[in-house]
Design a binder for this molecule. Structure first.
Ligand code: C2E
Ligand code: CA
Ligand code: CA
Length: 308
């Protein structure tokens, strides 16, 4: 290699590094600006201005290779700030006033039920899982409002599920558990999201009528990506979580499955269902309908990823 070649190579590498660093910096700065700018007031305006939309991600049953359920996820395309990261605006929402939490969940329920009744009319009876903040369930009239909407939209409660994530320890436990028991008695499934990664306590398994736990993507990825002792520890924990859940009659859904290797592992370990980019990214309703109506028996194959 001549002196000039070496110089050219060094220049190229430096440029590559510069481009990479700049891209990461730009992303971080854009996120920080977004976070700084987002306020509870903006979330409220976003609901009023119809800037929030829903996307849907299918879950596949590992035993039958058929559709197990669909998770509903919210997206925010802000006129001023562009696409807002869902995780971040949900965090802001959860620390907002109870009034806004209520307003958001009422919007979420109505939008989801509108979609569910359309699917029902098309003869697609698909279990649909909504992400709920437990703070909504502590609102006085949340139970009566959910019951009213179920009637209004003629929703079969057996096709409805609630995914609970805890970003903070549950307060008003008695009120919230009362609502969850009532909903579960109607046939609504209760699922604990991001199980064992946040405040979601093992005790909930004793106190709540849990139908499902969701194995967080950090566990799923750790089974393959971690090495040495960490991987052994991860495998042991996941094996025990699955055994414990099954002994309690609870199903386990693995989330964030992106590769065949991860799918084979969670299958071998006994998970009941999975979701993740390997099956499909979250998609808008018309795409999901197309995917489902193409599958007469709802048998799932690995869809080309079409993002939303
Ligand atoms: P979550 O409930 O754990 O949802 C799964 C997240 O992982 C979603 O991110 C989904 O798009 C993403 N995901 C799905 N498959 C894969 C995969 O194979 N690989 C990777 N890396 N990611 C995957 P999203 O939509 O950004 O949502 C983030 C979080 O925001 C959700 O985490 C949930 O806690 C919360 N969230 C989203 N929508 C709602 C909502 O309507 N209500 C409430 N209360 N929370 C919501
Ligand atoms: Ca979830
Ligand atoms: Ca999760």
């Amino acid at each position: 290699m001549t002196k000039n070649d070496k110089k050219a190579k060094k220049h190229k590498t430096d440029r590559g590094r510069l481009v990479k660093v700049t891209a990461i910096d730009y992303q971080a700065t854009a996120m920080a600006i977004q976070l700084d700018l987002i306020s509870s007031r903006m979330i409220e305006d976003a609901i009023d201005r119809n800037e929030l939309t829903l996307v849907f991600q299918p879950q596949n049953c590992l035993e039958t290779n058929s559709l197990f359920g669909i998770e509903v996820l919210t997206r925010w395309n802000s006129l001023e700030l562009g696409t807002i990261d869902t995780q971040h605006f949900i965090e802001i929402l959860e620390s907002s006033s109870l009034l806004l939490v209520k307003k958001f969940h009422e919007w979420l329920l109505k939008e989801t039920f509108t979609q569910m009744s359309l699917w029902q009319d098309l003869g697609l009876s698909v279990p649909v899982f909504i992400n709920f903040s437990s703070r909504y369930l502590q609102c006085k009239d949340s139970l009566s409002y959910i019951l009213y909407l179920i009637q209004e939209y003629r929703i079969d409660p057996h096709f409805l599920g609630i995914e609970l994530t805890e970003t903070a320890p549950i307060t008003h436990k008695d009120e919230i558990f009362f609502v969850l028991y009532h909903l579960n008695m109607l046939g609504i499934k209760i699922s604990l999201d991001d199980f064992c990664t946040s405040y979601c306590s093992l005790e909930y398994l004793c106190d709540l009528p849990v139908d499902m736990i969701k194995l967080d993507k950090r566990f799923v990825h750790g089974l393959v990506d971690d090495s040495g002792e960490r991987r052994v520890a991860m495998t042991t924990i996941v094996n025990h979580l699955i055994t414990m859940a099954h002994q309690l009659g609870i199903k386990v859904v693995a989330e964030g499955v992106e590769t065949i290797e991860q799918l084979e592992l969670v299958t071998a370990m006994g998970c009941d269902a999975f979701q993740g980019y390997l099956l499909s990214r979250p998609v808008v309703a018309p795409i999901l309908r197309l995917m489902l109506s193409n599958l007469v028996t709802h048998k799932m194959s690995y869809y080309p990823a079409c993002a939303a």
